[in-house]
Write a protein that binds this ligand. Structure first.
Ligand code: GDP
Length: 296
């Protein structure tokens, strides 16, 4: 992933690195190229703009240009700005609470919510030996609840028995009760998606959130949807208190723009990256590693 952004920035930096003395104009020219590279990688315009502003200010404001290796210093500043924007460290799930910890996944239909629910459940029940219960609150899409039950069997994680006709808030209530009574450590709630953000979806999400009081509310977004992902993130983060983001389809994302935009738009860390269809194809998101990969 990130090849093309990395290549573009690589070109800019190679030119800078080779230079001795730099002028302010050199920095501005290089930053213009950085901006174009970010936009081509599908980074949202306001995000690319504020990135470039921050990096330019840092490069011109300090004694960078008078230093012995100004080119390298500027490259470092861009790198540091990128790390800062992506978040400095890998973000863990905040589930060290009196059980059951509640993890709610939200997002549009097709973003990979159900798959991610099962992937995270597998991760938690396997590596962390947590007792996990999954429940699907998706009563709109036919067979959504059955889909989660099938995935549950595959990853050997319990799913809440399906009661036909029950509404999301009632399912959430029942799931919470079951998790408490049966001593589950973590309850994962896979919420309903829609094709587009609409108010009914948001109201449902808020109602479920009020009942379930999640410790984690993760927005699942498809990294291949570029600018759309940014719009989705904006809408969701305005209406539900998100705690983090999961970027899916990072296995197919050559541009990496969504990763850069998401944190800036939501103000929340990207916690995981989905990297394939298989149920173990999920990784903690490593901002430093991604920044390093982008800059080459
Ligand atoms: P939902 O409607 O948001 O619940 O989406 P699903 O979980 O049903 O996922 C939709 C499709 O995306 C399925 O075919 C998944 O296998 C696929 N998918 C989910 N996450 C990833 C990922 O990280 N990489 C790839 N390549 N496919 C994924």
């Amino acid at each position: 992933m990130f090849d093309s952004l990395s290549d573009r920035l690589g070109g800019v930096f190679d030119r800078l690195r080779g230079r001795g003395a730099l002028t302010e104009a050199d920095v501005r020219t290089a930053m213009r190229e950085v901006r174009v590279a970010l936009l081509e990688a599908d980074v949202a315009l306001p995000v690319a703009r504020s990135f470039v502003d921050k990096a330019t200010e840092a490069a011109i404001g300090q004694d960078v240009l008078r230093s012995v290796t100004p080119g390298q210093q500027v490259v470092k500043i861009v790198h540091d700005t990128l790390v800062d924007m992506l978040g400095p460290d890998t973000a863990e799930l905040d589930i060290a609470v009196t059980p059951p910890a509640v993890v709610m996944l939200v997002g549009l239909q097709g973003s990979g919510k159900t798959t991610t629910t099962a992937k995270l459940a597998k991760l938690l029940s396997g590596r962390e030996r947590k007792k996990v219960l999954m429940a699907s609150l998706d009563v709109n899409r036919p067979a959504a609840q059955e889909q989660l039950a099938v995935l549950g069997q595959q990853v050997e994680v319990a799913t809440l028995p399906i009661v036909a006709g029950q509404q999301p808030v009632d399912i959430a209530r029942r799931a919470l009760q079951a998790a408490k009574l049966q001593g589950f450590d973590v309850l994962m709630l896979d919420t309903a998606g829609r094709l587009h953000v609409d108010q009914a979806l948001m109201d449902e999400m808020k109602a479920v959130s009020d009942i379930a009081r999640p410790n984690e509310t993760l927005l699942v977004v498809d990294s291949l949807t570029g600018q759309d992902a940014v719009n989705v993130a904006t809408s969701f983060s305005e209406q539900v208190p998100l705690t983090g983001v999961v970027l899916t389809r990072m296995d197919g994302d050559a541009r990496g723009g969504a990763a850069l935009s998401m944190r800036a738009v939501t103000g929340k860390p990207i916690k995981f990256a989905g990297v394939g269809e298989k149920l173990d194809a999920i990784e903690p998101f490593h901002p430093k590693r991604v920044a390093g990969r982008i800059l080459g």
